[in-house]
Design a protein around this ligand. Structure first.
Ligand code: SPQ
Length: 430
């Protein structure tokens, strides 16, 4: 699968049609985890059956939780936190950073031993950002580089609350600490340097748990229990992003996207598109389980270059690869800064974005904390590689739609991590 090469060609005409955006990955993970920790039956609809979320299901099944999954429907039979049992084998998170970091938070409060592993990419990603504060709370954690890299072993239970100021803006770290705090004695408070996605806070509330947010500090009282809830997962704005960009840059396009999650902590790409001058309309909004969603239409647009920096970065961190593709098609200089977190994703996304787009003739330069793109020149054909990173793979497919020559993309298998129907959906617009 990973050796597969896909030959891609320039879009011959405008993209047109409607896509029902698949379920949000971040929310799908949390729906399964919280359902497994809750008392009662949690029904999830709109679940994303991508490889990452299936890894989360597999880990909780190993802890004795009955979970049925068919397409986008999942039923989780929760028996409360005490219903989680010591796993009889290793917990394999595959490629999923969200699974491992949130799982470590859950396991910190459980009085048993687990070993957590992942794929090669997970083996390179830093875990000390969660294991260090979880140890301060009382969890016994060890692993390569004294607990920074997988495989990790963890023995939890008997945790105490913590007041923690996070050195990096990371929703995964915040969530891990809140999930450990939920099981600890006392009140745990986490302060983030910048606001990150708040799906954990919103969903805990829907499961009957009180979480308070005051500015950038989020607090949770230990000892609360979760009550099962039905979760309707909105479409993933990070998946919609590929078609928002494609709709802007392929001449003669008009694309309608249905069911897109509009949580403001995730919607930075919409702000960037609007201030760049995109013809974007957001049609309808409803909120379920605290998460807003809506439909949108994007048409080919004359755009101005943009700057992304500071507080906006966490609201669009996963969209930067495809926003870089967008910038290659805009005359002028686009600057992305304050985005060093890109270096610790599935790949070093500063290096992979810059390296791969340069192979297609883009004028793009890496900086310490982002990139500079001098756009407006046509891309060329060439051989590129996803490096096993789903977002890089899909961004390169979108780049190929405006390349003056065939693009060969290696390692397309990674795309199923977050968007198994990506090629099918793209084809439906062509
Ligand atoms: O789960 P994983 O592998 O970390 O996935 C990514 C992605 O591109 O899908 C990042 F590589 O998304 C993260 C995101 O970058 C998902 C996430 C979450 O669900 O809480 C939070 C972000 O990471 P972080 O480190 O900022 O918390």
């Amino acid at each position: 699968m990973d050796e597969t090469i896909k030959l891609l060609n320039k879009a011959e005409s405008g993209l047109s049609g409607t896509i029902v955006v698949p379920g949000d990955k971040s929310i799908s993970h949390r729906a399964v985890m919280f359902g497994a920790m809750a008392n009662g039956t949690t029904n999830v609809s709109g679940f994303l059956p991508g490889d990452d979320c299936l890894s989360t299901i597999a880990c909780f099944r190993k802890m004795g939780v009955a979970i049925e999954q068919e397409g986008d429907k999942v039923t989780v039979e929760g028996k409360g936190l005490d219903g989680l049992k010591e796993p009889n084998g290793v917990l394999d998170v595959g490629n999923s950073g969200t699974t491992i970091r949130l799982l470590l938070g859950v396991l910190s409060g459980r009085p048993f031993h687990s070993v957590v592993v992942g794929d090669d990419s997970i083996g390179k990603r830093p875990m000390a950002r969660v294991t260090a504060p979880l140890r301060q709370m009382g969890a016994q954690i060890d692993g390569r580089e004294t607990g920074n890299k997988t495989p990790l072993s963890i023995r939890g239970g008997q945790t105490k609350a913590i007041e923690y100021t996070m050195p990096v803006a990371s929703a995964q770290v915040k969530s891990a600490l809140l999930l450990a705090g939920l099981q600890a004695e006392g009140e745990t408070s986490v302060t983030e340097p910048q606001t990150t996605r708040d799906h954990t806070e919103r969903m805990l509330h829907a499961f009957g748990v009180k979480v308070t947010t005051a500015g950038k500090t989020i607090s949770i009282q230990g000892g609360q229990s979760l009550q099962a809830a039905d979760v309707v997962v909105p479409g993933d704005i990070s998946s919609a992003a590929f078609f928002l960009v494609a709709g802007c840059i392929v001449p003669g396009s008009r694309v309608h996207l249905k069911n897109v999650g509009l949580n403001p902590t995730r919607a930075g790409i919409l702000e960037v598109l609007k201030r760049s001058g995109a013809k974007l309309s957001i049609d309808e909004q409803v909120t379920t389980g605290g998460e807003p969603r809506g439909d949108m239409t994007i048409s080919t647009s004359e755009l101005s270059p943009f700057v992304i920096e500071g507080e906006e970065v966490p609201t669009l961190i996963d969209e930067i690869p495809v926003l870089a593709v967008l910038a290659t098609q805009i005359s002028g200089t686009t600057i992305i800064r304050d985005a060093e977190e890109l270096k610790v994703k599935e790949t070093n996304r500063i290096d992979t974005v810059v390296g791969e787009l340069a192979k297609l003739g883009a004028d793009i330069e890496a900086t310490d904390d982002g990139m500079i793109i001098r756009g407006g020149k046509p891309l060329t054909g060439g051989k590129v590689d996803s490096h096993g990173d789903h977002r890089i793979g899909m961004a390169l497919v979108i780049a190929s739609l405006c390349a003056n020559g065939p693009v060969e993309l290696a390692n397309i298998g990674a795309i199923s991590v977050s968007y198994p129907q990506f090629f099918e959906h793209l084809q439906s617009l062509q």
